[in-house]
Design a protein around this ligand. Structure first.
Ligand code: NAD
Length: 467
């Protein structure tokens, strides 16, 4: 399929990228390991395709709706492949694919508004919105399809073309998605490229790219911003989080425990806006820990393709090593594992769902982003202390407040320094909302109309009202 097949440099043997099933730790597939110099031809074709794609908004809407239908039709194949390479339970893969199609449909029908400027001068001044050109999207391995869609749906709807680079840990479902989308989109409007670094670095610095939209970790985000500075392309960064859940003293632990547990452990804790720290009033701390421990010890952990599995493996070996290392560090710092605390025996990248208590706030599992199935629960005595601790890291993606008095909870949520705050739940997003992190959690705004305008530039025409 032209939109997902790599360009070949004549005379070079195609390199391959091994893809590992995290449930077994064994290689089960491969993808092209494209080299940075292959990007010139890809970006050139994206540029040529742009001229046709930008010209006809009605055709774009039709094509993006057809693309959403095609994604749903291919849902079974996409879901199995996604679970195989990412590790998440099959039901979560289906949910990810449904969100991918929903994003395409949402943005297919969203259009920028031409605006008049009225400032008292005898001028007819109008703001029109123009696409930027080829956009580069670089995404991580935790939600390969849905995060890609969060980039290509607004970028394509705005009239840009895109070169999309998935993580080398999860290239296969994205390549399949590229082939599926190619049945509905004109040639070269969306091209998937796969490979190891420095493929992403070259893509971010490519002179033909006009917008680099990146989702991933803070250090890589910094590298991407530096790379994009070479061509002064626009940069949107959606980076890591260390979201706190602050429980208030009127919280009903039984009622919220399931929601709180899954807000931390969904996708094996590999969610940018997962709950990564819980602050509980000292009086309720033991009860909260007990409720979470009971769930951590009984949740069905296993391969994502098994029907009963609720929690899959960690996606890859380096991430498993990181989760193990921050957990060991916490235990060395004086923490206690009330549940889990170790890798699981057997093949695959499984880590026991872990609840930590007595963790010093300076321990990396609290101060940094663990990005795995490990949750520290910290007691607090005064609410101000908890709010200060919640705001006390370099991150600012999301946060939540849990309690019975909703007005009071909302007043506390209002004090959180983050992009999105929830009350009595966490990480629920609307397609229509702006999504933006503060501090190290991001630059620029994605989501809703803001995501569309993030892929457009204003073009202003002034003309006198009379000749
Ligand atoms: P990562 O930063 O290691 O990699 C992200 C992507 O960047 C991958 O495709 C990778 O191949 C590519 N990359 C690596 N080095 C690069 C370079 N020098 N230049 C250009 N691209 C490069 O992140 P990860 O481990 O894949 O994902 C986990 C991180 O992503 C976590 O920090 C998580 O919080 C974050 N994340 C954020 C959001 C959000 O919306 N804010 C969503 C999901 C994940």
């Amino acid at each position: 399929m032209p939109t997902s097949e790599p360009d070949r440099v004549p005379g070079r043997r195609a390199a391959r990228l091994a893809v590992v099933d995290p449930a077994t730790g064994e290689t089960f597939g491969e993808a092209p390991d494209q080299q940075p110099d292959e990007l010139d031809a890809v970006v050139d074709r994206a540029h040529r395709a742009w001229h046709g794609w930008r010209a006809d908004p009605v055709a774009r809407t039709t094509a993006l709706r057809a693309a959403a239908d095609a994604v749903e039709t291919a849902g079974d194949d996409l879901a199995r492949l996604l679970t195989r390479e990412q590790g998440k339970p099959l039901a979560e893969s289906y949910a990810e694919i449904a969100r991918t199609a929903a994003r395409l449909r949402y943005f297919a029908d969203l259009a920028p508004r031409t605006r008049r400027i009225t400032d008292g001068r005898p001028m007819h001044s109008e703001i029109r919105w123009r696409p930027l050109g080829p956009v580069a999207a670089i995404v991580p391995w935790n939600f390969p399809l849905q995060l890609a869609a969060a980039k290509f749906a607004p970028a394509l709807a705005a009239g840009n073309t895109m070169v999309l680079k998935p993580s080398p840990f999860t290239p296969l479902a994205t390549r399949l998605l590229g082939s599926v989308l190619a049945t509905a989109l004109p040639e070269d409007v969306l091209t998937v490229v796969t490979g190891r670094e420095p493929l992403g670095a070259r893509l971010a610095s490519h002179p033909g790219i006009r917008h680099v939209t990146f989702t991933g970790s803070v250090p890589t985000g910094r590298a991407v911003a530096e790379a994009a500075a070479a061509s002064l392309a626009r940069v949107t960064l959606e980076l890591g989080g260390n979201d706190a859940a602050v429980l208030l003293d009127d919280v009903e632990v039984d009622r919220i425990a399931d929601r709180l547990f899954w807000a931390a452990f969904r996708n094996c804790g590999q969610v940018c806006m997962a709950v990564k720290r819980v602050y509980a009033p000292a009086r309720l701390h033991a009860e909260v820990v007990e409720a979470l421990v009971q769930r951590a010890k009984t949740v069905a952990v296993g391969p994502g393709l098994n029907a009963e599995t609720r929690l899959g493996p960690v996606n890859n070996a380096p991430q498993l090593a990181r989760v193990e290392q921050v957990t060991k560090q916490a235990l060395a710092d004086g923490a206690r594992a009330a549940a889990g605390g170790h890798r699981l025996d057997g093949p695959g990248y499984f880590f026991a769902p872990t609840i930590l208590t007595d963790v010093p706030p300076s321990s990396p599992v609290v101060a940094e982003e663990q990005f795995g199935p490990v949750l520290p629960v910290l007691p607090y005595r005064r609410l101000d202390e908890a709010v200060a601790a919640a705001n006390g890291t370099g991150f600012g993606l999301g946060g939540s407040v849990w309690g019975t008095d909703l007005d009071r909870a909302e007043a506390v949520a209002d004090r959180l320094e983050c992009g999105t705050a929830w009350i009595n739940h966490h990480a629920e997003l609307s397609l229509a909302q702006p999504f933006a992190g503060v501090k190290n959690s991001g630059v620029g705004v994605a989501g809703g109309l803001w995501g569309l305008y993030g892929n457009l530039r204003p073009f202003v025409v002034h003309r006198p009202q009379e000749a």
